[in-house]
Design a protein around this ligand. Structure first.
Ligand SMILES: Cc1cc2nc3c(=O)[nH]c(=O)nc-3n(C[C@H](O)[C@H](O)[C@H](O)COP(=O)(O)OP(=O)(O)OC[C@H]3O[C@@H](n4cnc5c(N)ncnc54)[C@H](O)[C@@H]3O)c2cc1C
Length: 381
């Protein structure tokens, strides 16, 4: 029994997720340890997923895409996360990076983004700066009007998939003193002079490239603005409502993999004359790992249902972000314990799961910031 066997899907979901699993097993899984050591995103493997028609499936039907719902997109992210969260996150970030365009762009921008995605092009979302992470409304990257153009200046950091991207959705300010009311978004083509800086060397998620992005007098026409001047913050927040819980499915995929790896090991590792899975203390630990993993999965499916039905999340996005990310770290850490000393060795796959899991507590808005959001909901009169 594997955790996947407990997940119920519709026949359509089975078909698409089944295809993704097949490709993951054959093309990705045998190479993840080596790619993790090298810290490399395998473009050639990503191309195989694209050739199988698995890229940008969420592009709405009205713009020529498949328009899969959030539930199916979440299941896809969970599946990729099971095999390698860094690969899956980057593969999906390429298209989810365009989400701001679909949230706040003009019809022309949406069609342009859809066409680019359907050709296999990638987008990167650039908000974070060296001095502004959680306090994102204080960003310093400026957009200055010059005739029918804007000139963008500033440095972004920790940008996922930047070195693979053809397009950048960049958050700028037209006036820092306006704080979030000054935030203005632009869609910037790479060839306008976007420079890719330092490639970060990370603890985990090592198949996912993370780079600095430099805008040095990058000139863009005013029609590249997403929404209006000072309206970027609302678009970013609405975009995060979908992107944040979507990303947490990779974390749940990690937790599922940790349960499966630990269970398989516990069935063959003999101590005290029996497989360790027969020792109740250890069996209950595995049960607890499965319990938390299934709760994460269920909570994410509930959020997907709410999104698919146009319902307001009312804090559920923040709650599931905290829960799913903490669960991935907890379950991966416990998987190491199940494998004992072997679990601590690079030779076995579980230490990588813990390294990959940690980032989900930090990015997409840290867990502390999600607590601020939930706490302020409670403090409202
Ligand atoms: C691998 C990786 C990929 C990333 N990808 C992207 C990307 O594609 N695009 C992008 O724009 N960004 C990206 N980020 C940036 C990420 O979203 C930020 O790192 C994150 O938002 C935290 O910002 P910070 O690192 O500046 O930490 P800080 O904001 O400096 O926070 C430091 C600590 O202070 C806490 N803290 C801050 N404010 C509060 C508060 N009000 N109350 C309580 N605690 C608080 C934080 O929770 C944290 O523990 C990525 C980061 C990483 C590491």
């Amino acid at each position: 029994m594997k955790v996947f066997d407990l997940i119920q899907m519709t026949p359509e979901q089975e078909e698409i997720i089944g295809l993704a699993r097949q490709i993951c097993e054959k093309e990705l899984m045998p190479y993840t340890a080596e790619l993790d050591r090298a810290g490399r995103y395998p473009v050639e493997i990503a191309q195989k997923f694209k050739d199988a028609g698995l890229y940008a499936l969420e592009v709405p039907e009205q713009y020529g895409g498949m328009g899969i719902d959030n539930t199916t997109n979440f299941l896809m992210a969970e599946t990729l996360g099971y095999y390698d969260a860094g690969f899956g996150f980057t593969f999906h970030a390429g298209s989810m990076g365009a989400e701001c365009v679909f949230v706040g762009g003009t019809e022309q921008q949406k069609q342009m983004a859809a066409d680019a995605l359907l050709e296999g092009k990638g987008f990167a979302f650039c908000l974070t700066e060296p001095a502004c992470g959680s306090d994102a409304a204080s960003i310093t990257t400026t957009a200055t009007r010059d005739g029918n153009d804007y000139i963008i200046n500033g440095n972004k950091c920790f940008i996922s998939g930047a070195e693979l991207a053809d397009y950048f959705v960049v958050a700028t300010t037209i006036d820092r003193s306006l704080k979030y009311k000054g935030i203005t978004l632009f869609l910037v083509e790479k060839e306008r002079g976007v420079q890719i800086g330092k490639h970060e060397d990370k603890l985990g998620l090592r198949l996912s490239p993370t780079n600095e992005v430099i805008f040095d007098n990058v000139r863009v026409p005013a029609e590249n603005m997403i929404g209006a001047e000072g309206r970027g913050w609302g678009v970013v927040m609405k975009n995060m409502e979908v992107v944040r819980p979507h990303s947490m499915n990779f974390a749940t995929g990690i937790a599922m993999r940790a349960v499966d790896e630990a269970t398989a090991y516990a069935k063959v590792r003999m101590q005290f004359g029996k497989p360790i899975i027969k020792l109740q203390g250890l069996n209950f630990l595995l049960a607890e790992m499965l319990e938390r993993t299934l709760v994460s999965h269920g909570a994410l499916m509930n959020v997907a249902y709410q999104l698919d039905n146009g319902m307001k999340l009312n804090g559920a996005g923040s709650a599931v972000k905290i829960y799913a990310s903490q669960t991935a770290s907890y379950v991966a850490s416990k998987a190491i314990e199940v494998l004992g000393g072997y679990g601590y060795m690079h030779e076995y796959p579980v230490e990588k799961l813990l390294r990959d899991a940690k980032i989900f507590e930090i990015f997409e808005g840290t867990n502390q910031i999600q607590q601020v959001v939930l706490g302020s909901l409670l403090a409202k009169d």
